[in-house]
Design a binder for this molecule. Sequence first.
Ligand code: DWN
Ligand code: ZN
Length: 404
Amino acid sequence: MDYKQVTQCRVCGSKRLTKYLDLGMMPLVNALETRYDAVSPKYPLEILLCESCSLSQLSIVVDPKVLYANYPYRSSISSTFKRHCRHLGEKLYAMFAQHESHRPKPAVLDIASNDCCLLREFREVGFIINGVEPSTNLMPTLDELIPVTNDFWSEKLAKSTSYVMDFITATNVFAHVDDLDDFVLGVKQALAPKGMFVVEVPYLKDMLTCGTFDTIYHEHLSYFTFRAMKTILERHGLTVFMVEQVPIHGGSLRVYASKHSYPVDKSVGDLIRFENLMGYGMPKGYVTFVEDIEDNKARLLKLMRAIKGKKVVAYGASAKGVVLLNYCGLTKDDVQIIVDETPDKQGKFSPGTGIQILHPNTMEAVHPDFILMLAWNFFEEIYEKTKHLESVHIVPLPSLRVVV
Ligand code: DWN
Ligand code: ZN
């Protein structure tokens, strides 16, 4: 068996876990198939709420080696994300200059550095860069001169290195980690005394208020409230001194923590108060979200029925796209192809649907009537690339809209 059942909360250890969502059986979103008729293995996709610390978490953990040994996703495909990383680099550089003005270059370690998108941007800003990344296919070439360790992050790995980092960044990886204690202990080990840990995760608030259920899949083990994030970091002696909400990936939390006692920003207390007000620690805080999912599905299916027989191409072989297609039961009868700029995805088939993934230039010949935006989080960027086709764009989430 390549997965295990969750019996206690990974943040606080409580066994008071209440199931509030069941999306049925779902294939692994990045396990792309090489044949259209392949039968993709499916796994239960359910969310449990910890009523003690307010962490939402999947009911199972799929073996990370199965999920990440060969990982097709490349962060650098999106120029929006590149810009996001550049802004973060500039911001952290300015913070460093304020506190450590006598040293020229801060050192950063990016955990789960993927294809080094963030590290390249940070190097341009003036950082000394280092990465850790478990997927072998994402290692930079030697001539790129980016030191990346090919491994999962852990306290053991941190101890085996001589890292003393001014910054450790973890964007879109914390929600993927089962053993958060070990991860945070590793961060603490590798941080300089005044170093900052900067972690970004999709924010539960945005998922709930926008009904974006397609960000729920087996890679995302946790769906963080700020309270849960603060609990796990502070348990290991990292004080959270600032929090921001950033728009990337449909709405994310960016949390700053350190071993050093930086003055605690007002944002920390404000967000905790907001979450208490919203009742995120109680199952009844999730009822509307569950209803919204059904409504979103029904609205999309109604539209897809109305355009049956038209040429429909989906843009973005995203992880979330696999969830949307499978949960709504859409197949190649509804969506003829998916296009995506990621070389490792092209020629493969989307799991559970048998829809082929091709290079976006295929659309020039197809002239689709409709483009279904499976990467709705990058709508503006993709729209600029597709508007000349004069197709109607369907944006399924946060709420269904049709752009003519
Ligand atoms: O946490 C995760 C997030 C950050 O990234 C992972 N577990 C997996 C992944 O999720 P996703 O696949 O849903 O992420 P994206 O970035 O929304 O996926 C967009 C897809 O669209 C990618 O395959 C790249 C593609 N794309 C493209 O071909 N042209 C994207 C843009 C913006 C484009 O212009
Ligand atoms: Zn908990």
